[in-house]
Ligand binder design. Structure first.
Ligand code: ADP
Ligand code: MG
Length: 254
């Protein structure tokens, strides 16, 4: 049986290349396995939908601007023993995004905070969610620019439509008062509306110093933690795991 000659034209008109590629082979399967017309149509459409979703995932991953491609599958739970594997697996199901909850990753440098944040972000992209990743400093710079142009509220509203924002590295560099205020507005705008993943090398007790104001810090922590999954990472830096740790200078060495 030959494929009707209008099929390639129709598939091109629909911009459905995966459908075109599958149509003939699925036709043969349908005939040999006795599929109904509806079953055949469903199989064809499924092929195109799967191809588009996979492709959309890649496009969303690119748009999210992750610093590196790190997945949850690459994460070594044997090395990071302070983490409950099933908690991360649960977060990987992404129900926290539908519930508009936050994920807070706290711990010293090299313990896998950015890796886990990225891994969850990539999962979200693959599941069809839009994601945007940047460091705390980069987010603040972006908001400051919007503020100067008189469109801060519009920018916050636009970001509100992105279901997952990742704010990496809160606390490495203390904020000026203006930056702390902008950061607070971002957190407040998303509170109970859309998810955040925040990573920090500083425990909450030190956020007063990070934001230069204990009251602002407390108000922010309050909103971040209210509906949140808190992951505290401990241990040595993964970056140093293959080095001879005995020869590294101690922190209190001169
Ligand atoms: P942090 O953001 O906490 O400073 P990163 O997530 O950037 O740390 O981790 C530093 C490097 O070590 C990255 O290349 C990351 O992929 C890797 N890494 C950290 N922890 C693990 C782990 N448990 N399993 C696999 N790779 C890890
Ligand atoms: Mg990091």
């Amino acid at each position: 049986m030959v494929t009707p000659k209008e099929l390639p034209h129709l598939c091109r008109a629909l911009k459905a290349p995966a459908l075109l590629a599958a149509v003939e082979r699925l036709g043969e399967r349908a005939r040999s396995d006795g599929w109904s017309h509806e079953e055949y149509l469903a199989a064809c459409l499924e092929r195109e939908v799967a191809a588009r979703q996979a492709h959309g995932g890649e496009a969303r991953i690119k748009a999210a601007r992750f610093p590196a491609h790190k997945t949850l599958e690459d994460f070594d739970f044997e090395f990071q023993r302070s983490l409950q594997r099933d908690l991360v697996a649960h977060l990987g199901t992404l129900t926290f995004i539908a519930a508009r909850e936050n994920v807070l990753l706290l711990g010293p440098p090299g313990t896998g905070k950015t890796h886990l944040a990225t891994g969850l972000g990539i999962r979200a992209c693959q599941a069809g969610y839009r994601v945007a990743f940047a460091t705390a400093l980069a987010w603040v710079a972006r908001l400051a620019e919007a503020h100067q142009a008189g469109r801060l509220q519009a920018e916050l509203q636009r970001l509100g439509r992105v279901p997952l924002l990742i704010i990496d590295e809160v606390g490495y560099i203390p904020f000026e008062a203006e930056a702390a205020n902008l950061f607070f507005q971002l957190v407040a705008a998303r509170y109970e509306r859309a998810s955040l993943i925040v990573t920090s090398n500083q425990p909450f007790g030190r956020w007063g110093e990070v934001f230069g104001d204990a009251t602002v810090a407390a108000a922010m922590i309050d909103r971040l933690v209210h509906h949140a999954h808190l992951l505290s990472l401990k241990g040595d830096s993964y970056r140093l795991k293959d080095r001879d740790l005995g020869r590294l200078p101690r922190e209190d060495a001169p």
